[in-house]
Design a protein around this ligand. Structure first.
Ligand code: ADP
Ligand code: GLC
Length: 497
């Protein structure tokens, strides 16, 4: 077998074209790391209205337009446009269809914050179109790598015994779970629209979940191999607490499930080359970090002395991220003489709660309800600590970015946070503060410990330096994906019912 693999990634987000969360960061980096290892990688991504609006240079691919794609009883046309990931040859295939993608948002309407009510149809169309276009183009495809529930029907189309979509026998299909809580569970009709029958949609059927059809389950049941984004999360999702009802299905496939820690993209997240920050810095010369803190405080209109540590949070504002224990601990955090900057967007209830905290302590909290890439970088560079009190966290990327910026992560011991941050009291190699219980008390205790070390300048500086020296480059993760691809190619293809 040729050691150079031809890989088609199918995903709903890719940085820098379309980003909601970490999935985009992964798609912007993993393909490049695989390319560096000698593989040929393409990414299929919807041609969202927002991508058009930003004016990315794209070109229509000859012969790949007006491809018919069936969704339910209707047929829609897909056309493919091409662009590439910055500084790489990784081709991004933008799948265009006016009706499904010519709108501003990725999953939700930015005006109302509500998910589009035809999301199931949009992503069935996108997934089917990606396969149809790959076949029409005649790309040699060794691996189809699908990401998250939006693409979960792909493995089912290829591996259900009825083989809805024919692909060469030699192609393997891998499914990566980035977040098990978002499953794409829809009324059964959606299953019919995707072309499936009663055999898999009936109670206890392979795609059935509490009377609905479940796209995440489809990916898990039918993929040749399954990965998720950290080793700890791979174990956690096989338990009721983290499995969201799919723990049994995952357990049944535990021999084909691998946890691969995400990397950090240091072409984007490195204080030595960051284009968004006030002054660049490095492990050898930390002067710039002080400048960045000053600059950030000025931007945020916060006036605090050097002795007050500044905590950053950049996050989707949803239950996953531990906002309820943060809110409960909030007054005590202020009492510990911390200042906090928050950048995030999410559920309106969290927006309101955070607004009331800010109203109570405007001198201590800067609240930024927005999606702002530049500010995210400035927070990484300008803060002293970065807080991620997540209830669960499949991998989490900001704690890895934070370490590189010498911004000490304070995290809950779950998923990828547990796999990347070493607690101050646990080891001489410590890189942050880790707490175990999901409670405001445990969070506060970690911040109390962090505060004590912060006050000891020498101890803090060596902690900062240890954190900055950690290396989470993508190459290691890409090597692990490569092993999964090669393993899947060695195995016999199994179809299921
Ligand atoms: P998740 O994918 O669950 O949202 P991750 O930690 O994997 O969490 O990745 C989140 C990514 O999204 C990071 O790159 C983070 O900086 C970015 N991000 C989240 N919210 C915002 C925001 N409001 N503005 C800018 N970037 C954001
Ligand atoms: C998901 C998870 C996050 C992970 C990201 C990229 O959005 O919530 O923990 O880092 O995917 O894999």
């Amino acid at each position: 077998m040729d050691s150079k693999l031809s890989i088609l990634m199918i995903a709903a987000e890719t940085h820098p074209f379309a980003k909601v969360g970490g999935l985009a960061d992964v798609m912007g980096a993993l393909p490049r790391a695989l390319e560096k290892r000698g593989h040929e990688v393409r990414i299929a991504l919807p041609f969202y209205g927002s991508i058009k609006k930003k004016g990315w240079r794209t070109k229509k691919i000859k012969g790949l337009d007006n491809v018919d794609v069936v969704v339910g009883d209707e047929s829609f046309e897909a056309s493919a446009f091409s662009t590439s990931l910055p500084d790489s040859k990784v081709e991004v295939i933008l799948i265009q269809n006016e009706r499904f993608f010519n709108r501003e948002g990725i999953y939700s309407d930015p005006e109302t914050g509500k998910p589009y009510d035809d999301n199931a149809e949009r992503f069935i169309f996108f997934s089917r179109a990606s396969l149809a276009i790959a076949r029409r183009a005649g790309w040699k495809t060794d691996i189809i790598h699908c990401h998250d529930h939006q693409t979960g029907f792909v493995p089912a189309w290829l591996r259900h015994a009825s083989r809805q979509i024919e692909f060469p026998e030699s192609t393997r299909v891998i499914f990566t779970i980035h977040n098990l809580a978002y499953q794409g569970s829809y009324p059964k009709e959606i299953g019919y629209k995707a072309g499936f029958g009663e055999d898999v949609l009936k109670p206890m059927g392979a795609l059935e979940f509490h009377g609905n059809v479940n796209m995440m389950k489809a990916g898990i049941v039918f993929a040749d191999m399954i990965t998720t984004v950290s080793p700890t999360y791979a174990t956690e999702i096989q338990t009721p607490e983290f499995g969201y009802g799919l723990e049994g299905v995952l357990k049944a496939r535990c021999d084909d499930l691998v946890g691969i820690l995400n990397g950090a993209d240091y072409t984007v997240w490195d204080p030595q080359r960051d284009k968004f920050i006030a002054q660049r810095y490095s492990l050898k010369n930390l002067d710039g970090k002080r400048v960045c803190r000053k600059d950030l405080l000025k931007k945020l209109n916060l006036e605090i002395p050097d002795t007050t540590p500044l905590i950053g949070m950049v996050s989707r504002l949803v239950a996953q991220k531990g906002l309820d224990i943060f809110m409960d601990a909030f007054e005590s955090i202020v009492d510990l003489d911390y200042a906090i900057v928050i950048l995030g967007l999410g559920e309106p209830t969290y927006h309101e709660m955070l607004k009331s905290k800010q109203a109570a302590h405007p001198e201590r909290i800067s609240l930024n309800l927005a999606f702002d890439e530049a500010l995210a970088h400035q927070i990484e560079a300008g803060c002293d600590m970065f807080l991620m009190p997540s209830r669960y966290e499949p991998c989490g990327l900001n704690q890895m970015y934070s370490m590189k910026y010498g911004t000490i992560p304070v995290v809950r011991k779950t998923g990828g946070l547990a796999d990347t941050v070493i607690d101050f009291d646990a080891s001489q190699d410590s890189t942050g503060f880790v707490f175990e219980d999901y409670s405001p008390e445990a969070l506060l205790e970690a911040l109390r410990r962090a505060r004590r070390v912060f006050d000891d300048k020498a101890a803090w500086l060596s902690l900062v330096k240890r954190a900055m020296a950690r290396d989470f480059s993508w190459d290691r993760s890409a090597g692990e994906y490569e092993r999964v691809y090669l393993e899947s190619l060695k195995r016999k293809v199994v179809t299921r019912r």
